[in-house]
Every structure is written in C-alpha cells, then in structure tokens.
Write a protein that binds this ligand. Structure first.
Ligand code: SAH
Length: 219
C-alpha cells in the first residue's frame, strides 16, 4: 500500500467512483442514486476485492466477469425501468446489476446458467435484504416463460442476435437492452423497443461481454 492509498477513505473512494460514472455518461439521477447506495465491494471477492471501486470489469467465479460499473450504469439508464416494472435480467453473474435494478423497479427476476453464481448472489441478496429479487438457475436464452411477459429485459451476456424467445417475452411498450455480436469480438449494445406493430432497434455503443451460452453450466 502506498501512503496515498492509506489516505483514501471509503467516502473518498465512493466519491471517485461516482465521479467516474458521471464522466462516462451515466447521468440519470435515479441510476446514480441506486449505484451510490449499492456497495460493489460486496460482489467482488478474493484477490480483486480491493479493486471493486475502479471502473473496470473484474473476474468472478465460473470464468465469468462482473461488468464495468459505467457500463452497468449506461445499460440501466438505457433500460429506463419504472417503479412498477417487472424486469428480467439474463446473466446474474455476481448479482451486482440485479442489486442496482432492485431499487428502481417492482421486481427483478435474474437467471444464470451457473448454479454457484446464483447461490452466491442469492446469499448476498438475503443478507442485504433485497427482497424483490428472485434468482434462478436457468438457460436465460429461453427467457423465463413462467413469469413472462416482462416490462424490461436486460441481457448481460452477448448474443449473436437478440434471442427470439426473449423478444416474445417483452410486453408491448417494453424495452430490452442486449449486447449483440460475435462472442470474441467487440459487440454493439442495442436497445429494442416493442411497439404495437413490431420492434424498433437503436444502437447505443460498443461493449465487450462474455457470450450467452445455451444450456446449463456444469457448476
Ligand atoms: N450481470 C452480471 C455480469 C454478468 S457476466 C453482474 O452484474 O455481475 C454474464 C453472465 O451471463 C455469466 O454469469 C454467465 O454465466 C451468464 N450466462 C451466459 N449465458 C447464459 C444463459 N444462456 N443463461 C443464463 N445465464 C447465462
């Protein structure tokens, strides 16, 4: 530790974290407020724990990653969840994105293909009292038919195209945000809005996510 790190109090770290979010385009006050309240440090364990407040993706178990905070902010902002909305998140990962969503909508369903990630995230949700989040082990490329349709769907793994079953589970007027492109390349984050007559697509920015993989994981 350098003397500078020692002087870096939790309040200063949080201030720097919030400043980075704003400077990278997260401007929605509700999203900023939610991200100020949720401690990302809870969702990053082990050797990377001390980097939880940097604006960078970090490794989590099962070979996956917790997304970059500014990307979490920009995706949440694009999703624009309302207080009465039911949201499906595909790709629970660490649980951080679901926690950020929990204060912004009525209910969050979050699914992951890895049992271990779902169990660890559930333990944090229970400990922190995020009682409106339901985490399930499932292949999210098929959505969550039992709870459909959804007001909002957020996919935090990259698909080659927006999965048809997810589009079908979006309400009319609903919004889906999904990174689209080849899994090993830079992908494009897109926002899909469902209207009475079809789907409108907006390209938002370039991103890099782990791939959406069909079927359940081994662990
Ligand atoms: N939103 C997470 C980061 C997700 S990383 C966070 O806040 O930490 C992407 C996650 O998508 C990984 O955990 C991976 O296991 C999961 N995933 C990939 N394909 C999936 C599928 N078909 N169904 C459910 N989860 C999937």
């Amino acid at each position: 530790m350098t003397p500078e790190d020692e002087q870096d109090s939790p309040a200063e770290r949080k201030m720097r974290f919030m400043y980075q979010l704003r400077s990278r385009g997260v401007t929605d006050p509700r999203v900023l407020n939610s991200m100020e309240l949720i401690d990302r440090g809870l969702f990053v364990r082990g050797q990377f724990a001390d980097r939880a407040y940097e604006d960078t993706p970090l490794p989590i178990p099962c070979g996956q990653t917790i997304s970059q905070p500014s990307v979490v902010g920009l995706m949440t902002q694009a999703l624009n969840p309302g207080p009465r909305d039911t949201v499906l998140e595909v790709g629970t990962g660490s649980g951080y994105q679901a926690a950020v969503l929990s204060g912004l909508c009525r209910r969050v369903y979050t699914v992951d293909r890895h049992r271990r990630l779902v169990q660890e995230a559930e333990a944090i949700f229970a400990e922190m009292g995020f009682s409106n989040i339901t985490a399930q082990i499932a292949d999210g490329s098929r959505g969550l038919p039992d709870q459909a349709p959804f007001d909002r769907i957020l996919v935090t793994a990259a698909a080659e195209d927006p999965p048809g079953s997810l589009l079908a589970q979006l309400k009319i007027g609903g919004i889906m945000v999904v990174p689209v492109g080849q899994s090993d390349a830079v992908q494009t984050l897109i926002r899909v809005t469902r209207s009475e007559t079809g789907f409108d697509y907006d390209e938002l920015r370039q991103v890099r996510f782990v791939p959406l993989v069909e079927g359940l994981g081994q662990t």
